[in-house]
Write a protein that binds this ligand. Structure first.
Ligand SMILES: Cc1cc2nc3c(=O)[nH]c(=O)nc-3n(C[C@H](O)[C@H](O)[C@H](O)COP(=O)(O)O)c2cc1C
Ligand code: SF4
Length: 449
């Protein structure tokens, strides 16, 4: 068990703390901006990939895949160009971190993208930004123009023989555009239908069938810091395999919702809720926590989670903990049967109507399914119809089992992970709050809202 600390650890968000900090290049340069790029262009691309591997940085977009390992899949092939795409779609419900960086410190992201492109030998990159983020797209374009004028971007960056173009591409305004292969289809000008993996792993067959790296905004913003401090030093932040910081977005029934940058694994869910976010509103009791965006499996107050923890003598032993005692990191949340996903923590207090909460989530997934796979296209709609009728007071006792069975028949049977994303909430809500679903189905006088 790591020693738990109670202070925010701002690395990516550190510039935002500076009084009068603005998103322009001059301000970024005053705060050591582009110093890591200057260092990086003096290194060999493979050395950078190696530093990122040593740092143990994991993707912040949702799946938590190792960034260095992903970059290592790129095999320089003279016949095919390499592309890099920054995923700024940020559409997982509850997530609102990437847009803060884009709005308030866009050059940090550009520096991360430029170093990453240099490392994987890409000469063309795209920032695929969510369609609704018009202001963010303008801020990024302005930052790109500034970087180009100052030779941090464009031809012969900083006098080297390395050249790079970056374009901002506004997305098509659908959740599935955030899934990396759907995103690539959309960038190619098509409907964002996700591709089957294998063979369409972007690092092998990505944009225009060429090797492509897709990374999240927050992931790429870590790169300048890894280059600045070195991979080994960076890896000392957080826990092994769960290094660096996470920007968590806390929403729901807390006194101080917002985004906070924490050292990975150094805070428990309880500390995040109580110490960072000022506890629950109006002194209410906690009912549930969704720890990683709406796709993550819900955690219920009172449930006991078995975690392996290091004992004082160094031996590992299993211990049962409550949900407030779970350290917030990738591996511990996976061991707890859920995930840290996009870092979005949704807090529900005792007043939350669990059936309505799930109905809200179901409505989202039914609306956002791209419709390619039958289980997802039909199943998300069926799940929505079932919770619609339960909420409207027309639920049948058999609906509780039916909900779970529809979800079970989606997960694992679809082209992309949207199938799991839509069924995990249903499976976990029904399993952990079964009595509430049964009561809602039995009570025909439930108000129609
Ligand atoms: C349905 C769905 C939606 C997704 N939406 C996003 C998103 O909005 N932003 C994002 O960065 N990743 C999103 N992802 C994850 C991406 O597919 C991809 O794994 C990620 O961009 C890789 O970057 P990372 O390794 O830096 O995390 C989504 C995945 C799925 C299955
Ligand atoms: S799982 Fe759903 S969103 Fe993904 S490809 Fe199939 S239908 Fe589309």
């Amino acid at each position: 068990m790591p020693e738990l600390r109670a202070t925010e650890r701002r690395i990516l968000l550190s510039n935002l703390d500076q009084p009068g900090y603005t998103p322009d290049l001059g301000c970024y340069l005053k705060h050591d901006g582009y110093a890591s790029l200057k260092k990086a262009v003096g290194m060999k691309p493979d050395e950078i990939v190696n530093e990122v591997k040593v740092s143990q940085l994991r993707g912040r977009g949702g799946a938590g895949f190792s960034c260095g390992v992903k970059w290592g899949f790129i095999r320089p092939d003279e016949k095919k160009p390499v592309y890099l795409i920054c995923n700024a779609d940020e559409s997982e419900p509850g997530t609102f971190k990437d847009r803060q960086i884009i709005h308030r410190d866009p050059h940090q992201l550009l520096e991360g993208i430029i170093i990453s492109c240099y490392a994987v030998r890409a000469r063309l990159a795209y920032i695929y930004i969510r369609g609704e983020f018009q202001v963010g797209a303008r801020i990024l374009q302005n930052a790109l123009d500034e970087a180009q004028r100052s030779h941090f971007l464009g031809r012969n960056i900083l006098g080297t023989d390395y050249s790079l173009e970056i374009h901002v591409h506004r997305g098509a305004g659908a959740y599935i555009c955030g899934e990396e292969t759907g995103l690539i289809e959309s960038l190619e000008g098509k409907r964002p239908y996700p591709r089957i993996k294998p063979p369409y792993f972007p690092a092998v067959l990505g944009l225009y069938q060429c090797p492509t790296i897709v990374n999240n905004v927050e992931t790429l913003c870590n790169i300048p810091h890894i280059i600045r401090m070195g991979g080994a030093e960076y890896a000392k932040i957080g826990r092994p395999n769960n290094t660096g910081t996470r920007i968590v977005c806390v929403s729901g029934h807390v006194n101080k919702p917002g985004y906070y940058e924490i050292e990975t694994g150094a805070w428990t869910i309880g500390q995040i809720i109580n110490d960072l976010c000022g506890g629950l509103r109006d002194g209410k009791k906690l009912k549930a926590v969704i720890p990683g965006g709406s796709s993550a499996k819900v955690l219920r107050t009172g449930e006991k989670i078995k975690l392996k923890q290091k004992q004082p003598d160094g031996a590992m032993a299993e211990k049962e903990v409550g949900i407030l005692d779970i350290p917030y990191d990738f591996d511990t949340l996976t061991a707890a049967g859920t995930m840290s996903g996009s870092g979005a923590i949704i807090v529900l207090d005792e007043t939350a109507d669990i059936v309505k909460a799930l109905n809200n989530i179901n409505a989202f997934y039914a609306h956002e399914s791209c419709g390619q796979c039958t289980p997802c296209r039909e199943g998300t709609l069926w799940m929505r119809k079932i919770t619609d009728r339960i909420v409207a007071g027309g639920g049948r006792p058999s609906d509780v089992g039916l909900l779970g069975s529809v979800a079970d028949n989606i997960a694992g049977r679809t082209i992309c992970a949207f199938g799991e994303a839509s069924s995990w909430p249903v499976q976990s809500f029904v399993a952990k709050f079964r009595a509430e679903f049964e009561a809602a189905c039995a009570d025909k006088n439930q108000p129609v809202t």
